[in-house]
Design a protein around this ligand. Structure first.
Ligand SMILES: *[C@@H]1O[C@H](CO)[C@@H](O)[C@H](O)[C@H]1NC(C)=O
Ligand SMILES: *[C@@H]1O[C@H](CO)[C@@H](O)[C@H](O)[C@H]1NC(C)=O
Ligand SMILES: *[C@@H]1O[C@H](CO)[C@@H](O)[C@H](O)[C@H]1NC(C)=O
Ligand SMILES: *[C@@H]1O[C@H](CO)[C@@H](O)[C@H](O)[C@H]1NC(C)=O
Ligand SMILES: *[C@@H]1O[C@H](CO)[C@@H](O)[C@H](O)[C@H]1NC(C)=O
Ligand SMILES: *[C@@H]1O[C@H](CO)[C@@H](O)[C@H](O)[C@H]1NC(C)=O
Ligand SMILES: *[C@@H]1O[C@H](CO)[C@@H](O)[C@H](O)[C@H]1NC(C)=O
Ligand SMILES: *[C@@H]1O[C@H](CO)[C@@H](O)[C@H](O)[C@H]1NC(C)=O
Length: 444
């Protein structure tokens, strides 16, 4: 006769793996690792990657607006960059295959590389590629599925048949990723989810990456599909220590610190289908000077690509619309008038830099950002000002402001991931709020 333990074990084996049904608010967590480390000497690379990220965002924004025709995005940049700065592990299929994928709050589609690959990235070695035929939970999505219908028109082929499946070809300027939509069991950290729609890319002409997880606001994003309502992350600045930064979903995504600041998440009235997380940046103080920011400095615009201010995980530095940047630069320049400036541009590719004689302490004015609803962000100095060059003894010789102006063709302002370091930031989609609090990320 079987013992109770054996019967229990049998029952457990017969039950499907524990999954979280869409709609409930169970929490799960995963970890993020920074793809490119940032240290003195590495800033110009970050600026170069950001330039292409900005071009990509501008292209994606224009596509959402239905007015994309031209873009200066180039393939080389995409090869070097990927769409973001943090990786997360994603398991796909049954049995599961593990992929390191880029976590991107600025896009929606989840995609990985699938066999048979006509063009896939060999990295990382060995390149993980999903074998649909070997996964018992893989299923192609038909042309009339709502997910297939929600692909941007520009990414859909003219014809869709059951034979080809719901094919897509996402073009990013001159780069692209092509494949077809399917559903699979996905595991993110300690959460497992059945039937998640994702892109099975068989032709990867863009990324130096085995995939992307889009956390944006569109129908195809992980957030929309799991309907867990909210996510948060805390990016560690002490990257050398162990590197991993937590990302939390659902009920685990909550700010417990005493000094939580909150501001509403906005929709861009001129780009209703945008994936981006917009906030209302209403004021900036540098030192004790309140800058003359008005509603139009960082607000939405009917012209160009819609303006506004977004919070983005995939941009490294912070970019401000031209007029707002000019105010910030002027304030730092006048308040640091007794510090010798260094030339802007090469080799650091930053705009406002100062020289420090070895070991000299340079007094940097404090920076505070204010958002609608009264939220204040007292930015830690290392999040906006950093040494970009050191002498042989490791002492800083040149330090720069880690904020740059956006280009004319992209009036959008972007709060990048350096500005978010050592903060626990919460994207509460259900509550329509963006919140943040200074936090020791290692303790989350
Ligand atoms: C596209 O943009 C580039 C760079 O801004 C420009 O040189 C080129 O002429 C543009 N092409 C078209 C077709 O507008
Ligand atoms: C891809 O990423 C690897 C590792 O980060 C890097 O060494 C390489 O230069 C990147 N670019 C290409 C085109 O492989
Ligand atoms: C992904 O998993 C591998 C192997 O378990 C691990 O070495 C790596 O640190 C993980 N990456 C992240 C971002 O958690
Ligand atoms: C797709 O079309 C088939 C018949 O062609 C129909 O049975 C099915 O319900 C449709 N699915 C959706 C989501 O419309
Ligand atoms: C296409 O596939 C869907 C779902 O598998 C099915 O309902 C539909 O009948 C198929 N259509 C044709 C024309 O075979
Ligand atoms: C996707 O689009 C790119 C660029 O337009 C093109 O070169 C490529 O052949 C297309 N791939 C597929 C599978 O349609
Ligand atoms: C610049 O002036 C401020 C006072 O206005 C002073 O606190 C700071 O030490 C000075 N910095 C240098 C490098 O002289
Ligand atoms: C941003 O906040 C300001 C001040 O509260 C308000 O006047 C403005 O209408 C807000 N803008 C948007 C787009 O909500």
């Amino acid at each position: 006769m079987a013992s109770t333990a054996n019967v229990l074990a049998l029952i457990l084996l017969l039950l499907p793996p524990i999954t979280l049904a869409a709609g409930d608010l169970h929490g799960f967590r995963a970890t993020l690792t920074r793809i490119h480390q940032l240290s003195p000497g590495k800033h110009s690379e970050a600026v170069r990657r950001d330039r292409h990220r900005l071009a990509l965002l501008s292209y994606a924004t224009a596509t959402a607006a239905g007015k994309a025709t031209n873009s200066s995005v180039n393939v080389q940049a995409q090869l070097e960059n990927g769409a973001g700065a943090y990786n997360m592990n994603l398991s796909v299929g049954t049995p599961p295959i593990d992929f390191p994928v880029i976590v991107d709050t600025g896009s929606d589609l989840i995609w990985t590389q699938c066999a048979p690959c006509t063009r896939c990235f060999p990295r990382p070695t060995p390149a993980p590629v999903l074998q649909p035929a070997r996964s018992s939970t893989f299923s192609k999505l038909p042309c009339n599925s709502s997910f297939c219908q929600s692909l941007p028109t520009s990414s859909r082929p003219r014809t869709c048949s059951n034979a080809t499946g719901c094919a897509y070809n996402y073009t990013y300027g001159s780069g692209y990723t092509a494949g077809y939509l399917a559903t699979e069991t996905l595991t993110v950290g300690d959460g497992t989810f059945p039937k998640v729609a994702f892109g099975c890319s068989t032709e990867n002409g863009v990324y130096n990456s085995s995939g992307i997880v889009g956390l944006g606001r569109g129908v195809l994003s992980l957030m929309s599909q799991l309907t867990v309502g909210r996510f948060s992350y805390c990016l560690r600045s002490d990257m050398a220590a162990s590197g991993a930064s937590p990302i939390l979903f659902g009920s685990l995504a909550k700010l417990t610190d005493g000094n939580v600041q909150s501001t509403p998440l906005l929709k861009n009235p001129f780009l209703l289908r945008s994936s981006h997380y917009y906030v209302n940046l209403t004021g900036i103080t540098v030192g004790s000077t309140e800058l003359p920011v008005t509603g139009s400095t960082f607000g939405f615009t009917q012209t160009g690509l819609g303006g506004g201010t977004i919070v983005d995980s995939g941009t490294t530095l912070t970019y401000l619309a031209k007029d707002g940047y000019a105010m910030v630069k002027q304030a730092f320049t006048s308040q640091m008038a007794n510090v010798t400036t260094a030339a802007s541009g090469a080799p650091y590719d930053l705009d406002l830099c100062f020289k420090a004689k070895g070991g000299e302490v340079v007094r940097v004015p404090r920076l505070e950002l204010r958002f609608a609803g009264g939220a204040k962000y007292d930015v830690p100095v290392q999040n906006y000002f950093a040494g970009v060059e050191t002498d042989s003894r490791g002492r800083v010789t040149v330090a720069c402001l880690l904020v740059l102006p956006t280009t004319d063709d992209l009036p959008i302002s972007i709060i990048g991931n350096l500005m978010q370091m050592d903060m626990h930031v919460l994207y509460d989609l259900d509550g329509g709020m963006f919140s943040f609090a200074h936090t020791d990320c290692a303790k989350l």
